[in-house]
Write a protein that binds this ligand. Structure first.
Ligand code: GRF
Length: 203
């Protein structure tokens, strides 16, 4: 069976991208990253992709007069590369209807907290400061509202005495690197069915 063609959108370091590339290369998932797109010229994620011989595109938001036009450019690249799944991996922009409408139920994201608790850009710090005893990460389908789509998979870890934002984030990230490829593989194998808010996994 042909591997699922994945497009990754990333703004930062790209350690999640790396875990997808690595598991794909090892044949652990039925998916391959065919293009990496960033809104940041110097995102290290682009370097990681280049090193693995994957096509990269920097789509400069400054060149477009609206978010929609910026997304149109991204949609064009995803379509040209025949992408079947879009993975957000540290992509720091809210998506609009343009992108979400073109890839309905084909965009997923990883968030460093156990949603619906602690959405937003500081999930790990918010969990720690709140005093949560359990933290973790979530892979979910993307909807217009931030960090709100149906949940595909979650991994939980204990918050330890003496944890700092850094130590907790590091342990959550280790979980992210395992969880995201697994979720992508389930999608690739057609095992995910969305029923309202629930995602049924046909294993
Ligand atoms: C991760 O913590 C992810 O959950 C969040 O952004 C961070 C990206 O890290 N959405 P990286 O660029 O994959 O290293």
């Amino acid at each position: 069976m042909a591997k699922l063609r994945v497009g990754v959108l990333a703004s930062g370091g790209g350690t999640n991208l790396q875990s997808i590339i690595d598991t794909s290369k090892k044949g652990e998932i039925e998916a391959e990253v065919v293009v990496v797109i960033s809104d940041k010229k110097d995102a290290f994620a682009l370097e990681r992709a280049k090193k693995s011989g994957i096509k990269t595109v920097f789509v400069d938001p400054k060149l477009y007069s609206s978010r929609e036009l910026h997304e149109n450019a991204i949609v064009k690249i995803l379509e040209e590369n025949k992408v079947g799944l879009v993975c957000l991996a540290g992509y720091m922009r809210l998506l609009t209807d343009h992108l979400i409408g073109k890839f309905e139920n084909k965009i997923i994201n990883i968030h460093p907290a156990l949603l619906p608790s602690f959405p937003g850009t500081h999930g790990q710090a918010d969990a720690l400061n709140y005093g949560a005893k359990v933290a973790g990460c979530t892979v979910h389908f993307v909807e217009l509202e931030m960090d709100a789509g149906p949940i595909i998979a979650q991994a939980a870890i204990p918050v330890l005495e003496g944890d700092t934002v850094e130590s907790l984030s590091k342990r959550i990230l280790e979980q992210e690197h395992k969880l995201y490829p697994k979720a992508i593989d389930l999608f690739a194998k057609g095992k995910l069915k969305i029923k309202g808010r629930r995602v049924k996994i046909n294993d």
